[in-house]
Design a protein around this ligand. Structure first.
Ligand code: NAD
Length: 352
């Protein structure tokens, strides 16, 4: 079997806890190199996962190593640098969420991808989660009718990640861009990816660098400047060209319970995704609640197996489930949220 030769950019937590263990189970993929601006991290990951080559930069990795693809697991502001370097070198690209730290950066990435005719896939694992994939099939069968309203939340009571995540220059923002993206993207996918046209949102940062004890927090590595200047809450509405609307909330810290629910409301039926997909409709003149049974699976493995097959050419552009234009539209919603919060009014999204 032909395997895709992948180089990983960024040897931090998501690479070592999710991507590398998943690739070990993917027959179509072979990890041949890893790089990190802190070369000791690349060396440690190379030793742990038996990767034959490690480097201190994406440029060096691309120059010295024969690769078919790169998988970008760096800080958010590194996505642009690594993607553009990889595109210019003619490599297929898998890029961790969010696509970039800003919409302008995402647009530059798309330009480089198109100019160099390479493949690009944004890695947002919720799309590949079993309940979402099962519900997507139900929705595509027409069961819900037209979805006109969605509501989604990614709310942590005290779960602000540490390190670079709270340094806006490096991350591009707080929970909206970090964990809002997971839920907004999955809800948008289930809605059929209607074109976003406007956003009205707020952000707030009442918690900042709190010292609450015994909280489980994702550990990011320290950023060069160590700033702490991101929001810790974001909420608002996104309007779509087809008249539909999404209400979202994303927090790293709030005085309330953690929540992670998504509801979809259609003209024929509605559905919830979490904790298990249920379709709320009518049957025989009575109300009906139908649970969608699904077989659970690892969403990172699904996502990265898809990428390996896409990069190998086993999935055509027409079949591609996450075209780069959609990734830029996703980023335009995140940007719209920040722009609307700064302007304190609804802002238009215009990507034409
Ligand atoms: N899909 C998910 O569920 C999920 C979860 C956590 C993080 N992430 C994403 O993964 C990415 C990395 O997050 P993390 O938690 O692993 O952070 P991390 O700090 O643990 O690791 C990031 C690594 O990237 C390196 N790096 C930064 N810029 C680089 C560059 N230009 N070239 C090469 N290496 C560079 C850093 O030195 C660091 O070792 C982020 O984009 C984040 O949003 C996704």
């Amino acid at each position: 079997m032909k395997k895709i030769r992948i180089g990983i950019c960024g040897a931090g937590n998501i690479a070592t806890s999710a991507h590398l263990p998943s690739y070990q189970k993917i027959e179509e993929a072979e990890i041949v190199a890893i790089c990190d601006i802190t070369i000791e991290r690349a060396k440690a990951a190379a030793e742990k996962f038996n990767i034959p080559n490690y480097y201190g930069s994406v440029e060096e990795m691309l120059e010295k190593c024969e690769l078919d693809a790169v998988d970008i697991c760096t800080w958010n502001n590194g996505h642009e640098t690594c993607a553009i370097a990889a595109a210019k070198a003619g490599k297929a690209i898998c890029c961790e969420k969010p696509m970039a730290a800003s919409l302008d950066a995402a647009k530059r990435m798309m330009a480089a991808v198109k100019e160099n005719g390479v493949k690009f896939m944004l890695a947002v694992p919720n799309r590949w989660a079993a309940p979402n994939m099962a519900l997507k099939e139900v929705i595509e069968s027409g069961e819900l009718g037209d979805i006109y309203l969605a509501r989604t939340q990614n709310i942590r009571r005290r779960g602000t990640p540490t390190g670079w995540f709270t340094d806006k220059k490096v991350s591009g923002g707080g929970p909206v861009i970090d964990i809002g993206v997971h839920k907004i993207d999955a809800a948008w996918f289930l809605m059929g990816c209607p074109k976003p046209v406007a956003v009205s949102a707020m952000t707030a940062a009442p918690f900042g660098n709190y010292q609450t004890r015994d909280c489980s927090r994702w550990q990011g590595h320290p950023s060069p400047e160590g700033n702490f200047d991101t929001e810790d809450s974001g909420a608002g509405i996104i309007r779509f060209e087809n008249g539909a609307m999404m209400i979202f909330e994303a927090t790293w810290a709030i005085n309330g319970p953690g929540l992670g629910e998504t509801q979809l409301y259609g003209t024929k039926a509605g559905a919830i995704v979490d904790p298990k997909p249920i379709v709320y409709g009518e049957k025989f003149g009575w109300l009906s609640d139908d649970e969608v049974k699904f077989t659970d699976c690892n969403f990172f493995e699904n996502e990265l197996r898809y990428f390996a097959n896409y990069a190998l050419g086993n999935i055509s552009e027409e079949e591609n489930k996450y075209p780069i234009e959609q990734a830029v539209q996703m980023q335009s919603m995140l940007q719209g949220i920040y722009d609307s919060a700064a302007a304190k009014r609804e802002v238009k999204i215009n990507l034409d």
